[in-house]
Design a protein around this ligand. Sequence first.
Ligand code: UN1
Length: 497
Amino acid sequence: MSTSYQNFIDGKWVDALGGETFENRNPADWEEVVGVFPKSMKEDVDRAVKAATEAQKDWKKVPVPVRGAILTKAADLLVERKEEYSRDMTREMGKVLTETRGDVQEAIDTGYYAGSEGRRFFGRTVPSELPNKAAFTTHLPLGVVGLIAPWNFPMAIPSWKSFPALLAGNGVVFKPASDVPLSGTHFIRTLIDAGVPPKLLNLVHGTGGSVGGPIIEHEGLQGISFTGSTAVGKLITRVSADTLKRVSLELGGKNAQIVWEDADLDLALEGVLWGAFGTTGQRCTATSRLIIHEAVHDMFLDMLIEAIGKLTLGNGLEEGVDIGPLVNEEQLKMMVDYTQIGLEGGAELRVGGEVASDGALDKGFFFKPTVFSGVTPEMRIATEEIFGPILSVLKVSDWDEAVAVHNNTDYGLSSSLYTKNLNLSFHAVDDLVAGITYINAPTIGAECHLPFGGCKGTGNGHREGGWGPYEFFSETKTVYFDYSGALQRAQIDTEEV
Ligand code: UN1
């Protein structure tokens, strides 16, 4: 008998009103059912929005440092539960245990950051142009917000959204991805155990169509924070026009690591193995392109292919496994399709390119780490997000070409340059159109207290991580306080100089 889980709506653990459910299975062993979850609908979302709206009226009056203290407590509880939650996360989405521990840790770090923000959350004090008049800004909550998270960082990304939203005084309706409902459940349970008012925080399980749609269309929500596909990001933008919701979008990348002729090649090799094949390539920040200077191209490619031969695929709970499965069959099929697209486009398949199904791998969605060389900038595998363990290698001969190749994509999330040349490093900062640039480090590995997000099709300009989301989840209130006792007209009674 598999365990059944519920929604958390209006302060209670409840089934979906329609009584429907869906299964959550282990992508490393599809026979294992991790749990059965409610498949919710619009009526469930309506109840969640109603409860959060009611509860938010009290929450907005709770002093911000007190809100922060509750969130700090949640981070403390996550520390205690880290091992259990990490193991469950590997079971439900496949990435290896060291990485799922990192995922929970990112949520812990984000919780402590939010807790400390409770004693900052600065406004600004600004001089007035008139005498005996003060001016400053403060924050008001947006209201109730819808948070829609992806499956690749099942606790970190919900934490990026929930902690700032709650700290800023909002009510929350959260939909975890249907591939990772257990991690979403653990996360919400922890926040409730820490003392977040139950009705304020609502968890609604289901698919993008059954729950995501009603969330983005809902007139009772004032903001949406979404991480996921470009197609859905565009849909949310269109739908939100009608209700003028504030929208924060993070829609992926086509990130490149550039290896320059003077690079420390051993270091660059470690970087690309981690960046391209960590999380089985299923990160928005994954290294999907490797741009190599012609002087070291052949040598570095040989080193890379040899190193890939030593990587071990398997169940992420087992010792010594480097790469877990793809999250589901659809993603696995996508890898098969992109291999075909690479071949048809004229690229040279150097390693991988096929489903791995030896022995126990047969039960899961494993794909061999794959490298295409001879990739040219206009090929589809050079420009489209693949979201899996497929790496496209491009050769360049000078910096201008490297920049042109790098920027030749609709995305702009993360970028990386390996070089010992200081001047070139700073040119990279100026020239690479991306929200994040790493020097001598891979494209993955953002820290929770710095802005995370990107240019062009990666999003709509907002940043998660760091201080940005606290502004996103707030209305800025400007206060003028005239203590002159007289009518003072700005621009008119201002003393001329
Ligand atoms: C994502 O892939 O959507 O920088 C998030 C990183 C992680 C977060 C990735 N800390 O790779």
